[in-house]
Design a protein around this ligand. Structure first.
Ligand SMILES: O=c1ccn([C@H]2C[C@H](O)[C@@H](COP(=O)(O)O)O2)c(=O)[nH]1
Ligand SMILES: [Zn+2]
Length: 214
């Protein structure tokens, strides 16, 4: 055999080898794809593990409700639940029914008390209690974005709510928060700061694959 012929045979052999190894890489990829598909199908037959737990869900409802607030500084939401984990009241801070939130003030820095929001705004907890859809709230839990003020604490106690789960305690040094804590403790209302398991809970309508056109 000539040197030329032997080179040609060697080239053909190398090229065959290359094609075979490409085929085997493709086969590996397709094996991985198949096993991913199988795993996804198996997942669809099992209970989901990343669903929202009750406390996360109720606090998220409180925060969603806060998004309805027109207060430019602080939006507070509250969600009341019964012993069967049913939501029995939801509310956010806003002006009283029939009192125009276009006319009443939203500011807080006027030297005239009548020109500040504080005289008029109904607190989230008050609205959640007033909006209740069950006969009474005895033994219920209240989930709220901000630790309740002293006025809300009185309503919580009188309504028979037995536990307050709050997110922020940013006004802890205010006398109204101190008075609130004193009364809630005296009345035996359990206080628990919420520790979120999820740093984010997102509803992205565009991500939901239900053929919704946005
Ligand atoms: O227990 C509470 C305390 C306060 N709020 C509401 C009332 C106001 O609308 C804001 C507080 O306004 P700032 O500008 O932060 O003073 O929060 C409530 O709903 N519940
Ligand atoms: Zn309050």
């Amino acid at each position: 055999m000539s040197a030329n012929e032997s080179d040609k045979i060697l080239d053909e052999k190398n090229s065959l080898h290359e094609s075979l190894s490409k085929l085997s890489v493709n086969k590996d990829e397709s094996d991985i794809n198949d096993s991913n598909k199988a795993a996804n199908l198996r997942d669809l037959e099992k209970k989901r593990e990343d669903y929202l737990e009750w406390p996360e869900y109720f606090m998220a409802v409180a925060f969603l409700s806060a998004m309805r607030s027109k207060d430019p500084c602080t939006q507070v939401g509250a969600c009341i639940t019964d012993s069967n984990n049913r939501i029995v009241g939801v509310g956010y801070n806003g002006m009283p029914i029939g009192c125009s939130d276009e006319i009443l003030p939203w500011g807080k820095t006027s030297s005239k008390p009548l020109e500040n929001k504080y005289m008029y705004v109904c607190h989230a907890e008050m609205n959640a209690i007033m909006n209740k859809n069950s006969a009474d709230l005895r033994g219920c839990k209240l989930y709220v974005a901000l630790f309740p003020c002293n006025e809300c604490a009185k309503l919580i106690i009188q309504a028979g709510i037995k536990e307050v789960v709050y997110m922020s305690d940013k006004h802890k040094s205010k006398p109204s928060t101190e008075a609130s804590k004193m009364m809630l403790n005296m009345a035996g209302v359990k206080l628990q700061q919420f520790v979120p398991k999820n740093s984010k809970i997102v509803i992205d309508f565009k991500e939901i694959d239900w053929n919704i056109s946005i």
